[in-house]
Design a protein around this ligand. Structure first.
Ligand SMILES: C[S@@+](CC[C@H](N)C(=O)[O-])C[C@H]1O[C@@H](n2cnc3c(N)ncnc32)[C@H](O)[C@@H]1O
Length: 165
């Protein structure tokens, strides 16, 4: 949960507020009752803080009593049950797959309005890896060292900001 909350903060926060054009999808596949999919729409979020402990309460609410039909449990926070493939399809193409060893992001063509796919502290399984690649994802790398997910997101945002997309 800490990894996901830090990743969401890296995607959403800038020094003096929130990016207002970001959608974050958090997929939880661990026990007790997987899968759970939490989606954040930044332009609707209220009370989303730089401090992850207060955001944990918002995410926890979205995990409660989830069904396949998405429900907005607080402004900008949506909870549902969706597995890996369904979560990808809900976020939609085009996909960019952040993977160590991928083409250097500085030289890569990044599609407009892309969904960036990252894993947590474990790499994607072989089946998940295939699902992302089958959807035409571009594998993109950020350098030779494996980074924490939130740090990888900060670098991606920086590259998008630099390109002004
Ligand atoms: C902590 S890393 C994954 C685990 C890592 N393979 C390891 O050796 O422990 C988390 C995720 O951030 C992204 N990431 C981290 N470093 C990266 C890099 N150098 N290039 C591209 N993506 C990276 C990838 O999506 C990666 O799966």
């Amino acid at each position: 949960m800490d990894i996901l909350l830090n990743a969401a903060n890296a995607a959403l926060h800038v020094a003096h507020g929130l990016r207002r054009d970001v959608e974050v999808g958090l997929l939880l596949l661990g026990p007790p009752d997987p899968p759970r999919f939490v989606r954040l729409e930044s332009f609707r979020l209220r009370n989303f803080q730089p401090d992850i402990r207060s955001n944990a309460a918002l995410v926890r609410l979205a995990l409660k009593d989830a069904s396949r039909i998405e429900r907005e449990t607080s402004p900008g926070v949506f909870g549902s049950k969706a597995g890996f493939e369904e979560a990808l399809d809900r976020l939609g193409p085009a996909f960019v797959y952040l993977r160590e060893g991928g083409k250097d992001i500085r030289d890569a063509i990044l599609p407009a309005d892309a969904t960036f796919v990252l894993s947590d502290n474990q790499d994607l399984t072989a089946a998940e890896d295939r699902s992302v690649l089958d959807r035409g994802a571009v594998p993109v790398g950020l350098g030779p060292i494996p980074l924490h997910t939130d740090h990888a997101i900060a670098l991606v945002n920086n590259e998008l900001d630099r390109r002004n997309v």
